[in-house]
Ligand binder design. Structure first.
Ligand SMILES: CC(C)(COP(=O)(O)OP(=O)(O)OC[C@H]1O[C@@H](n2cnc3c(N)ncnc32)[C@H](O)[C@@H]1OP(=O)(O)O)[C@@H](O)C(=O)NCCC(=O)NCCS
Length: 199
């Protein structure tokens, strides 16, 4: 039987958009370009914006995932993406176009409370400005504030660029990542030190 949810995961899941927003900065200049960030629950995202978010994810990930053990099942993926526990940070450029997003949840993995990053997606023309790193900074800040043990995510081994990006951020192969060399994905994590919690 699964163990009861901890107080901290309950608190994190109950956090409002306003509370989560306290851990991010709303406007950031990167390489002289202005970007706007906002936290949203799936239910806050309009139908048209969901379509844009989906197209960004589908365009970035479909081909790579289709050929992997994880597969690419659009209906299932959309359900996962816009699940009621999904939390988003959406990035818009100065023309208010969505150019990147991250989707995360407060999950229990191997008995630990984690901020699980399901997606970090940056549109092709907006890569290399630091948006991915900025989103990781905000995820780390939210994870620490809500006293999660670590930032965790799954990445396909074939996605070498993303692996370099995550490792340059400090994520490492998690102890629970499958150690089967034939497995085509790995689980990476970045522990939050206890002393950082609540910052
Ligand atoms: C991976 C991804 C999120 C990186 O976003 P980004 O905004 O381009 O990355 P940043 O500009 O913030 O780069 C941050 C650092 O990572 C490095 N980096 C980013 N992409 C890299 C790549 N493909 N290969 C090697 N290093 C990379 C940058 O050089 C930079 O290093 P620095 O801090 O030493 O200068 C983006 O390329 C993307 O959306 N890819 C497609 C979707 C994807 O694969 N998502 C991950 C799914 S698990």
């Amino acid at each position: 039987m699964p163990r009861p949810l901890s107080d901290r995961i309950r608190a994190a899941r109950a956090a409002t958009v306003e509370q989560l927003t306290e851990s991010i900065v709303l406007t950031v200049t990167l390489d002289s370009k202005l970007f706007h960030f906002n936290v949203a629950f799936a239910s806050d995202i309009s139908k048209d914006e969901r379509e844009i978010v989906w197209r960004l994810l589908n365009g970035n990930m479909r081909d790579m995932s289709k050929n992997s053990s994880l597969g690419w099942l659009p209906i299932k993926k959309k359900k996962e993406l816009f699940h009621s526990q999904s939390r988003f940070i959406i990035v818009r450029d100065d023309a208010a176009d969505i150019v990147a997003f991250t989707m995360f949840r407060f999950d229990v993995e191997d008995d630990g409370d984690v901020l699980y990053c399901y997606e970090v997606q940056v549109a092709g023309e907006s890569r290399g400005f630091g948006l991915g790193k900025q989103l990781m900074d905000f995820l780390a800040s939210i994870g620490k504030k809500w006293r999660m043990e670590c930032l965790m995510l799954t990445v396909l081994k074939v996605n070498k660029g993303a692996i370099r990006f995550y490792k340059s951020y400090g994520l490492q192969v998690d102890e629970y990542s499958p150690d089967d060399p034939d497995c085509d994905y790995e689980i990476l994590s970045l522990p939050f030190s206890e002393t950082d919690s609540g910052s």
